[in-house]
Ligand binder design. Structure first.
Ligand code: OAD
Length: 240
């Protein structure tokens, strides 16, 4: 089956009410990332970092998947394999029904030990992480998110997924954070790449990607319906 790989960023969840980072009213306009999203910030001000991510978790719990998440989940029923590689720490792809989702930057619904990244704990209901909440080895818990300056542990896995792509859809990401942005270079040269974003034209400039400018909740369902109606995935994709 043709393999559709979808790289998503904050823009796909924007219409679900989750803040993006670099838009005019994005998170990095009201917070300095150096104060909340680095290991140094955690050293200096763990209460402030926990408060920032407790608020992110509240925002995610209030949100519902939108038409773009739902359309991607629907695509799985139509003669193709869909892998989602997301920079998002929300679970809206999973809640929409997507089954193969890789969270490059972590998952806000989990806590992890501050000394052992393999010690993960699912947070339930309204649970938050506070100072004094400890892992099984008695170290402070922190959010299961990747901070600037930390290694993206799932990057190699994401590269393998990209290298196997027949189609690549890039949705709602400014492609300004490495190494996530470099993932696009891992897809085989011949595959069709599409960029869906209000800024798609600028983002695709200088590449062979097809820009589709607009909101994810409008463009993605239309694109998926087009793929299904025209049986796009019943035609040979590799080397086309
Ligand atoms: P950004 O905030 O950098 O980019 C959001 C993108 O979404 C922009 O290109 C917007 O044009 C687009 N956008 C806004 N509304 C949209 C809509 N309704 N439909 C489609 N697109 C829309 O967010 P990311 O690229 O996800 O990392 O940021 C990447 C990483 O930077 C994040 O994972 C986070 C952040 O710092 C960490 O915290 C490690």
């Amino acid at each position: 089956m043709p393999h559709v790989v979808v790289l998503t960023g904050a823009g796909i969840s924007a219409e679900s009410g989750i803040s993006t980072f670099r838009d005019n009213n994005g998170l990095w306009a009201s917070h300095r990332l150096e104060d909340v999203a680095t290991p140094e910030a955690w050293e200096r001000d763990p209460e402030g970092v926990l408060a920032f991510y407790n608020e992110r978790r509240r925002e995610v719990r209030r949100a519902q998947p939108n038409a773009a998440h739902e359309a991607l989940a629907r695509l799985e029923q139509h003669n193709c394999r869909v892998s989602i590689v997301t920079q998002n720490i929300d679970d809206l792809h999973e809640r929409a029904g997507s089954r193969d989702v890789l969270h490059l930057h972590g998952d806000i619904g989990k806590a992890r030990s501050s000394v052992d990244p393999r010690l993960l704990y699912r947070l339930r209901g309204e649970e938050t992480i506070e100072i004094g909440h400890m892992c099984d080895h008695n170290y402070q818990l922190r959010p299961h998110v990747v901070w600037f300056g930390e290694q993206v542990l799932l990057y190699d896995t994401a590269c393998h997924i990209m290298a196997d792509a027949d189609w690549v859809l890039v949705i709602g990401t400014s492609l300004s954070v490495m190494p996530a942005a470099a993932l696009l270079d891992e897809a085989p040269a011949h595959v069709t790449r599409m960029v869906i974003d209000p800024d798609a034209v600028a983002l695709a400039r200088g590449t062979d990607a097809i820009p589709m400018a607009g909101k994810a909740s409008e463009i993605v369902p239309e694109l998926v319906e087009h793929f299904i109606a025209h049986r796009v995935f019943e035609q040979p994709a590799r080397g086309q």
